[in-house]
Design a protein around this ligand. Structure first.
Ligand code: ADP
Ligand code: ADP
Length: 215
């Protein structure tokens, strides 16, 4: 059973690696960023509230995120294992996650992998990131370009540049990461399930190291 948390700054490669893992290990990926962007697109009350924080590069308040995750865990597709990409991001979220898993799913986190990437690399990765609005596939204009210009390799949709992937907002998100989310490494480091990996290498190399950890 794999119940994995991915930590790492915005652009570390969490989504890219998650896509490979879910294909091979047949578990689900839960990305709070993707769930929030879907809520923004659908114009739900959550989406309207969250958009202001997201566009400003700030974290969406814990209560909104925790309620959203409680609802997500109610789907029975989580029973065979999951990857959490972008959650938890604060200690309050980490504590709430432990409770949710214990009480509702009778399970716990099995691995925490922190992808380490330098700030300047992160800025280059995020400014060049392009995503498919339909299937969520992630590309990079230089490091992982789509085969056909601006279209998704999988479904041909026109790729988009995320609203928050502008340099100024990326630097704010990085600040939030260093001030808040990176502190979670301390929360998890003594658990015996915590692994730090360089996310600087080629995606294939990063993935083979992840597979060594997951077994
Ligand atoms: P990245 O993949 O670049 O790290 P995400 O897609 O995970 O970015 O998140 C985009 C934005 O969504 C964040 O900047 C934040 O505003 C919001 N967000 C996503 N997950 C969380 C979370 N767990 N807690 C608070 N805010 C979140
Ligand atoms: P995260 O989910 O951590 O925010 P992504 O997986 O969306 O990160 O990756 C951010 C950007 O960097 C994307 O454009 C992606 O194609 C690119 N990328 C991901 N991993 C690597 C890597 N190992 N080397 C170079 N570029 C990468």
């Amino acid at each position: 059973m794999i119940n994995l948390i991915f930590l790492g700054p915005p652009g570390a490669g969490k989504g890219t690696q998650s896509a490979r893992i879910i294909d091979e290990y047949k578990i689900v990926q839960i990305s709070t960023g993707d769930l929030l962007r879907a809520a923004v697109k659908a114009g739900t009350p959550l989406g309207k509230e969250a958009k202001v924080y997201m566009d400003g590069g700030q974290l969406v308040p814990d209560s909104l995120i925790i309620n959203m995750m409680k609802e997500r865990f109610e789907s029975d597709d989580c029973q065979n294992g999951f990857i959490l990409d972008g959650f938890p991001r604060t200690t309050a979220q980490a504590v709430a996650l432990d409770e949710m898993l214990q009480n509702e799913l009778k399970t716990s986190v099995t691995h925490i992998i922190s992808l380490e990437v330098d700030d300047e690399v992160v800025v280059k990765r995020n400014t060049g990131r392009r995503v498919c609005p339909s299937c969520g596939a992630t590309y990079h204009i230089k490091f992982n370009p789509p085969k056909d210009g601006g279209k998704c390799d999988k479904d041909g949709e026109t790729l988009v540049h995320r609203d928050d992937d502008q340099e100024e907002t990326i630097r704010k998100r990085l600040g939030v990461y260093h001030d808040t989310t990176s502190l979670l490494k301390d929360y998890y480091s003594k658990s015996g399930k915590f692994f730090e990996l360089s996310g600087d290498d080629h995606p294939d190399k990063v993935y083979s190291k992840i597979k060594e950890i997951l077994g």
